[in-house]
Structure formats: C-alpha cells, structure tokens
Write a protein that binds this ligand. Structure first.
Ligand code: SAM
Ligand code: SF4
Length: 341
C-alpha cells in the first residue's frame, strides 16, 4: 500500500522523498563548521573568508533535530563535512548520535586528513562507516602550494590509519587542477593497485569565482584524467555504479584492490541521479549544489518550529530540486568552504 503525501511516499513503515523528476532523495550532506586548518587554493582565497559568527552556526542539538525529522521522512544517509569537520569540538560524540539515529543507515565523513590519524579509532567506534580524504597531490611541494600547509606525510599516514581501523570504504578525492596536479594523476591511479581505496578525480567547480584568488588554478577535465591513466598506467575496466558511488563513473585497473572514479560536474551530466540535499553550517538548506537557492532553516528552527513544520520545509526543498544545470556554474558567489562540497 503506497500513500502519496505531496511528493513523499510511505510504503508500509518506510517513507521516501521523491522529487518532481522521480529521483529518490535519501542523502543529506551536513556541514558542521566553516572553519578549516587548510587554505586550499580552489576553496579559500589567501586573504581568508568572512567567517560565520559563532552564534549563527547550528548547534549539534539543532542539527540532530533536523536529522531526526529528515530521517523520519526519508533521509537514510548522512555525510558530515565542513570546512574541516574534525576541527569542531565534540564531532565524535555527534557522529555517535548520528549513527544511532533510527532510519539512518549510513554515516560518512569528508576530511582533509590532517587530524584523521589520531581520531580514526574513535570515529570507527562511534559507528562511522565511510571516510573520504581530500588529497590533491602526492608531491610535497605541490601539496603545500595547494593547501598552504606542509602536511602531506600526515595525510598519507591518516589514510593508512583509516585502512588499519577497518572502515568499510576509504576514498581519496582529488580535485583536478590544470598545470598543478596533472602529473600526479597516474600515481594516484597506481595507489589503487596497492591499497583497497577508491581514488576519485573531481573536476574543479568555479565556486566563488568572482571572489576567487587570481592564482586559483584552472581545471582540467575528468576525461583527460582517464586518458592519462590509460596512457601511463593501463587499461581501465568500467564498473557498475552502486548507490554509494554517488555521481562518479567507476573503473578499475586489472588486478587492482581499489577503484578509480571520475566526477564531472563541469563537462558531464552530473545531475540526473542526484539524491541529495545539503545543510550548511549556518543552517541553510540547499536543494542543489549548483544553484544558490537556500532556505533559512535555522531561523525556522529557532522560532520554535514543530517537527511537522521542519518536515514540510524539507519536503519543499525536495520539491524545488532542479534538474540539469539550474544556473551557470560561474554564477555561484559562495565558496565551497561554506557549502561543504
Ligand atoms: N575540509 C574537508 C575536505 O577538504 O575534505 C571537507 C570540506 S571540502 C569543502 C569538501 C570537498 O569539496 C573536498 O573534497 C574538496 O576537495 C571539494 N572542493 C572544494 N572546493 C572545490 C571546488 N571548487 N571544486 C571541486 N571540489 C571542491
Ligand atoms: Fe579546507 Fe576542505 Fe576547503 Fe581545503 S577543501 S580549504 S581542506 S574546507
């Protein structure tokens, strides 16, 4: 028996959020801070960003209230992001609460890896299943020129530590930067031969272009990265995409332990299978990464909204999800540091 409530469905005891393009929206990315210990050139200008005042950042209890309602009406997966999520105090306890929330089946984290080595065992015991580590170069000088900090070895050790701790999935996210990390592409691909990690190459999006530093590197395409791997490493065998692969097209090298993915928001068709909503650190609900439309859920929450009102805001966000490029990518005026990737 399927009951239709607006565009959300209930079958038996299970609720689903379905958008007007028949996509099931079951994934919420939650940015818990805009603070970060890195200064990646494509994310933050060197002069810094205007930080969100402390009182405007959602408290953990407030995020949990939203997650709890979202889980009741159809969200099943959460990804914790930032800024750098591991710099926020109390993150391990917060993740424990997320993993114990009814109907939440999967909790992941995206991190720059600086603090992951020391926190990985606690994160694992808090129930975290999946970790994405952002790493754009395997060369120390290039890593430093991208992130502004000399921590390549620490990040590599963190990845090994995460593997040792036995997380279900460890992924490395590489943002493709023309003339900066092209030479790293084959070496990143070779990691999948030695370790059970997925390496995913992501086209750089021109976020905050107007405010981006003049030295922000140009992107290069995911297709070019695949060509480089075929030329320098070996044949890429296509894999079926699982729901956990998100928008990535997946491949593997013969005999590899891990897989290789490409995410092409700039040159490709990124939106067709979109299953997500985003909650920013200041409590804005974003129906689409590529559109600047936001709903101020923090004000609604702080005005004492009922669970049903919060549910209705989430349903409206789902109903307003666009398909295809709602706006030109370059029209974005906010940086990824405030949206969370
Ligand atoms: N600090 C954490 C990290 O770096 O993994 C989490 C937040 S970061 C904003 C989330 C993801 O967004 C990272 O994988 C980062 O590489 C990616 N990102 C940031 N700016 C981007 C851009 N302009 N284009 C593509 N990806 C970007
Ligand atoms: Fe920080 Fe992540 Fe942005 Fe780099 S990409 S500046 S690590 S938030």
């Amino acid at each position: 028996m399927k009951e239709v409530i607006g565009l959300s469905f209930t079958t038996g005891m299970t609720n689903y959020l379905i958008d007007p393009f028949n996509r099931t929206i079951d994934y919420l990315r939650v940015s818990i801070t805009d603070l970060c210990n890195f200064r990646c050139v494509y994310c933050r200008p060197p002069e810094g960003v205007q930080l969100i005042p402390h009182e405007d950042i959602l408290r953990y209890e407030e995020i949990m209230k939203i997650v709890d309602v979202a889980a009741e009406i159809g969200i099943r997966k959460i990804r914790v992001t930032g800024g750098e999520p591991l710099v926020r105090r109390g993150v391990v306890d917060f993740i424990r609460k997320l993993t114990s929330t009814d109907s939440i089946e999967d909790v992941g984290l995206t991190t720059n890896g600086a603090l992951l080595g020391m926190m990985a065992p606690d994160l694992k015991s808090a129930g975290l299943k999946r970790i994405n580590v952002s790493l754009d170069s395997l060369r120390r000088d290039v890593f430093k020129s991208i992130t502004g900090i000399d921590m390549l070895d620490t990040v590599l050790e963190s990845i090994d530590k995460a593997l040792e701790c036995g997380f279900d999935h460890v992924k490395i996210n590489v943002v493709l930067l023309k003339d900066v990390n092209e030479l790293d592409v084959p070496e990143f691909a070779r990691i999948t031969l030695r370790k059970p990690v997925d390496v995913r190459f992501i086209e750089r999006m021109p976020f905050g272009r107007e405010h981006a530093p003049a030295n922000s590197p140009d992107p290069f395409s995911a297709l070019r990265a695949l060509d480089m791997i075929r030329t320098h490493v070996g044949e890429l065998i296509p894999d079926d995409r699982s729901p956990l692969d998100g928008p990535a097209s997946m491949f593997h090298l013969e005999g590899a332990q891990g897989r290789i993915g490409v995410i092409d928001p700039v040159t490709g068709h990124f939106c067709g299978d979109c299953n997500r909503l985003r909650l920013t650190a200041k409590g804005a609900l974003r129906p689409c990464l590529l559109s600047s439309r936001e709903i101020d859920l923090r004000s609604i929450l702080r005005s004492g909204a009922s669970r049903e009102s919060i549910a209705s805001v989430i349903r409206n966000a789902v109903n307003s999800k666009p398909v295809g490029r709602a706006q030109k990518l370059s029209s974005q005026s906010v940086g990824m540091n405030s949206i969370g990737g």
